[in-house]
Write a protein that binds this ligand. Structure first.
Ligand code: SAM
Length: 242
């Protein structure tokens, strides 16, 4: 079957959202990937379809109930071999290597949290892995889920019009897991600023060498963590960081 994202969420109306536009939107319309939302509210308890309750041990806010999330997950997982991930600031950081691995699989099932998060027992019961999009706290998991889906879907064959643009971008194997060199376009002179001469030379080897050294310079300067992984001689530093 086609690569499918399943999203358990209290806000199904947030999808496809921005994923419905541009490259990912066109690919969705063309059936290169699929999106299914599983509305958590449908599995709520009582007349008001409650999904949350107060935190055990006290404290502020509400926690999504294990039984409610379990019912939604059972529905989402039916006969689907895809990994189940909980978008969470406590998770391991999302990487390009993870997006590559997910793009090669059958799809992904994503849990979007709200409030203070989800009862730990249902995460344990389903052996759910937590994945973070960065060291900050969002209001809910929906935007994080869209980030993960976007990063992954563009790596599915034929989604990107020009597959070549994947080969040398930041974190790619072709770019040695480093940041990409600066980009320029016409005009050659803008407000007194020139395009680096080598890029206009037509000398392919010299251009490749300039880009490689700029990638190194930027990575050293901005991402000592990536630079260390590269310098330590990993074939694929991005993958090692997964
Ligand atoms: N109490 C949680 C904590 O301190 O770790 C934060 C809960 S947050 C207000 C609500 C939901 O937003 C989370 O359950 C998660 O799904 C999502 N979320 C927040 N920050 C995120 C991040 N950096 N990456 C992925 N998901 C995030």
């Amino acid at each position: 079957g086609v690569w499918t994202a399943r999203v358990v969420t209290l806000f199904p109306e947030a999808f496809p959202g921005i994923l419905g536009l541009s490259l990912t939107g066109r690919a969705l319309a063309e059936g290169l990937w699929n999106l299914r939302t599983i509305p958590l509210r449908d599995f709520g308890t009582g007349r008001h379809r409650n999904v949350d309750d107060t935190p055990a041990g006290g404290g502020a806010g509400m926690v999504i109930r294990a039984d409610v999330m379990d019912a939604a997950l059972r529905e989402a997982r039916q006969g689907v071999p895809a990994p189940v991930l909980y978008m969470s600031p406590r998770g391991r950081p999302l990487t390009q290597a993870r997006a590559r691995a997910l793009a090669e699989g059958p799809g992904v099932t994503l849990i979007c949290g709200r409030f203070e998060g989800v009862d730990q027992r249902v995460l344990d019961a389903h052996a759910v892995e937590e994945v973070s999009i960065g060291d900050y706290v969002l209001t809910g998991g929906e935007i994080a889920a869209q980030v993960l889906i976007d990063a992954t879907v563009r790596l599915i064959p034929r989604v990107l019009g020009n597959q070549d643009s994947l080969a040398e971008e930041s974190f790619s194997i072709g770019n040695r897991g480093l940041l990409e060199a600066p980009q320029y376009t016409k005009p050659a002179r803008w407000e007194g600023r020139e395009i680096p001469e080598v890029l206009l030379s037509g000398h392919h080897a010299a251009i490749a060498a300039w880009r490689a050294s700029e990638a190194e310079r930027l990575t050293k300067e901005r991402r000592p963590d990536l630079w260390r992984a590269y310098a330590e001689g990993h074939v694929d530093p991005a993958k090692d960081r997964q």
